[in-house]
Design a protein around this ligand. Structure first.
Ligand code: A3D
Length: 306
């Protein structure tokens, strides 16, 4: 299996490392900056003996090397600066993504594409429109990271191992995300039975602003350890055809009463990409929050260079 990662910055290079070390396929790491992807790939190759793992990784500044990839992950673009919202990245990253999508269409037309560049819901929508790929084959990573952040906060609050937690988040990868207490649980017991509403609301808020908290602590750049782990998880589900249900940013066609917009929903993923979008039975309140998030994505989508 050939897996290309476009963008060899913090998220892309760590994702490439995780994918290579898990032996999910032969990795090609691409960056527009001359020497960067090559340098990082040489460094990653050198780690093989120390880790006692054999893997294949090649770095390049030539995007045509993504030719015939089975999976392409797009992490190219600017990251958020302190105080900057993901939406402010919209115009700059739209231009970067547009050119990359044209290359993917030309050189890797059969690939399953995972978009990571922010603002995620809008970049996934733009990539679908530019490539013309089916929604099954092109979707975004974002909401599974948000669920992992929610799980971490639940684990710390209840002092239970993270492995006992199911956490569910839908909606936009941004301030319009909707953490769902009724679909989150510890060892099968609903979060609603374990925490009062005030505590749950506090965890929701912390989850929504977790990315911004990390951006402000780092001082420059945004999170990369958990995002790269979330990318590697999705790549693994596809490469191993695990048919696992996970949150992804997908184009909706009537599900949840929403049409022609991308946002985070649970989906069953396998070797061919999205196999099924799962429609959760949402409370009226959460349904309204989802619709509100989608309206905001739809209004920003008007600014996309389409
Ligand atoms: P950073 O470390 O700046 O890396 C971005 C890389 O993209 C740089 O090395 C650039 O040289 C490269 N690049 C720019 N244009 C091109 C191009 N045309 N072709 C190839 N490479 C190019 O940022 P990062 O790795 O921290 O973040 C990358 C993107 O992912 C940003 O848009 C972040 O906002 C986003 N991100 C999303 C999530 C989600 O959960 C969705 C999480 C973390 C970061």
């Amino acid at each position: 299996m050939k897996i290309s990662v476009i963008g060899a910055g913090n998220v892309g290079s760590l994702a490439a490392m995780r994918i290579a070390q898990e032996k999910l396929g032969n990795v090609v790491l691409v960056d527009v900056v001359k020497g960067m992807a090559q340098g990082k790939s040489c460094d990653l190759e050198d780690a093989q003996m120390l880790l006692n793992v054999d893997y294949s990784i090649e770095g390049t500044d030539d995007i045509t090397k993504i030719k015939s990839s089975n999976i392409v992950v797009v992490t190219a673009g600017l990251a958020r600066k302190p105080g900057m919202t993901r939406e402010e990245l919209l115009l700059k990253n739209s231009e970067i993504l547009k050119n990359i999508c044209i290359s993917i269409k030309n050189y890797a037309p059969e690939a399953i594409v995972i978009i990571v560049t922010n603002p995620l819901d809008l970049m996934t929508y733009l990539a679908l429109k530019i490539t013309g790929f089916k929604r099954e084959k092109l979707f975004g990573m974002g909401i599974s990271l948000d669920a992992a952040r929610f799980a971490n906060l639940i684990s710390k609050e209840l002092k239970v191992p993270i492995t006992e937690i199911e956490a569910c988040v839908i909606g936009s990868h941004g301030e319009g995300m909707v953490p769902l207490a009724e679909f989150s649980s510890v060892k099968g017991t609903s979060l609603l039975k374990l925490l009062n509403q005030e505590k749950i609301d506090e965890l929701f808020k912390k989850t929504v602003y977790r990315g911004a908290e990390i951006v402000s602590l780092l001082g420059s750049g945004s999170a990369f350890f958990a995002p790269s782990a979330a990318i590697a998880q999705i790549v693994k589900i596809i490469a191993k055809d695990q048919k696992q249900v996970i949150g992804v940013c997908a184009s909706l066609s009537g599900e949840y009463g929403i049409d022609d917009i991308c946002t985070g929903v649970p989906a069953r993923i396998g070797i061919n990409g999205i196999e099924q979008i799962i429609e959760l039975k949402l409370s009226k309140e959460n349904n309204n929050l989802l619709i509100k998030a989608v309206e905001s994505i739809r209004s920003l989508a008007k600014q996309l260079p389409l």
